[in-house]
Design a protein around this ligand. Structure first.
Ligand code: SF4
Length: 355
């Protein structure tokens, strides 16, 4: 099958990470600790980094948070984005402390002179600015003209884009998030026909871990499958580390990212082993190998099980109180149910010593 053809966008640099063009779609998240609490925030940054998060955004609601960025910057090499609303001074302070990107809507920070001050400071280090419009923040006159529609989101974003372009600055990416999945899909589609700036995808206020995962996967996944989107943020009312896991799973589901793929059957009346627990334990035990591109099959029975398990790099097919362990199409051994996981893991470890 042909891989997804991504739409061509300009390329931005966030520290050592490139966004847009042919660069892989990146996964980002946002800390939920008070930014001025440096210890807590760094703790969360570490957790996000271990989960593979590639860009970390921090809320900068006041000067205390902006000043704290200095210490946070010294302690991490991850690309950091300062999320700023209304106050251009916070943007200048954040830039002073070495952040790598701004999320800021230039139309919301006052006079043209203020915008120019921020743009000039950003330009010095080529710091990209993300224009982030969402359905809750569209200007009144656009709502009157278009209602709450995809077009209103796009027009609002383009107004902010025009301000930066007028300042002669094009280092930007754009988001047009909505909590309605069909609305954000349409808004990004329209926007992607109108500009070639990289697009940051997300469903805003997506919900709790379960519903938010589904809504984000449908919204972000639909757009990515059409080649739209250069970086993604899944927003969940949950630990931000979960957002990163979901983000990577969306990319893996579309073959936009390589990594561990666990295939498991839904179980049925033929299943004679506790496959649900087995599959969960396999997933947990292999979590530290999630960036390795292997497929591991966990199948419930000998009817379809061995066939599927054979196609995977490694696999288990359950029997009655026992199961087969496979590697690259070959049966390695048959063991009792309670030794299936350890045997599977031992076989995988033989091929990846030290993991
Ligand atoms: Fe049922 Fe076997 Fe298919 Fe699993 S692999 S769903 S146990 S037939």
């Amino acid at each position: 099958m042909e891989p997804i053809q991504r739409r061509k966008t300009r390329v931005l640099k966030l520290r050592d990470l490139y966004i847009g063009g042919d660069n892989p779609v990146s996964v980002q998240s946002m800390t939920s600790t008070p930014t001025e609490d440096v210890t807590k925030t760094l703790g969360q940054i570490r957790a996000l980094e271990s989960a593979g998060c590639q860009v970390i955004r921090l809320a900068v609601p006041d000067m205390e948070a902006a000043v704290a960025l200095a210490e946070i910057r010294k302690a991490t090499d991850s690309p950091l984005i300062a999320d700023i609303h209304f106050n251009y001074r916070l943007a200048l302070e954040a830039l002073k402390h070495g952040i790598d990107g701004l999320r800021l809507n230039p139309g919301n920070i006052g006079s043209e002179a203020n915008v120019m001050k921020v743009v000039d400071a950003a330009r010095e280090k080529r710091i990209p600015i993300r224009i982030g419009v969402n359905s809750g923040s569209v200007e009144k006159e656009l709502l009157e003209k278009y209602g709450v529609t995809p077009l209103a989101l796009v027009e609002s974003a383009l107004k902010h884009v025009a301000i930066l372009e007028k300042c002669g600055y094009q280092e930007m990416k754009i988001s047009v998030k909505a909590s309605s999945v069909p609305m954000m899909i349409e808004a990004y589609r329209i926007l992607s026909d109108r500009v070639d700036y990289p697009l940051h995808l997300g469903v805003t206020e997506a919900g709790t871990e379960y519903t938010g995962t589904i809504r984000s996967s449908v919204g972000i996944g639909t757009l990515l499958s059409q080649g739209i989107g250069d970086t993604i943020r899944v927003s969940l009312t949950a630990d931000p580390v979960k957002e990163v896991y979901v983000g990577f799973e969306i990319l893996k589901a579309l073959d936009l990212r390589q990594g561990l793929h666990i295939v498991s059957c839904p179980t049925c009346g033929r299943t004679r082993i506790d496959l649900v627990t087995l599959a969960q334990n396999v997933e947990k035990s292999l979590d530290h190998m999630r960036e390795i591109p292997i497929t591991v099959a966990v199948m419930g029975c000998v009817v379809n099980g061995p066939g599927e398990a054979r196609e995977a790099d490694y696999g288990i097919a359950g029997g009655i109180g026992e199961g087969l362990v496979f590697r690259k199409g070959e049966i390695v051994t048959k063991v009792p149910e309670d030794r299936l996981i350890e045997t599977l893991l031992a076989v995988i470890r033989e091929d990846f010593p030290g993991r």
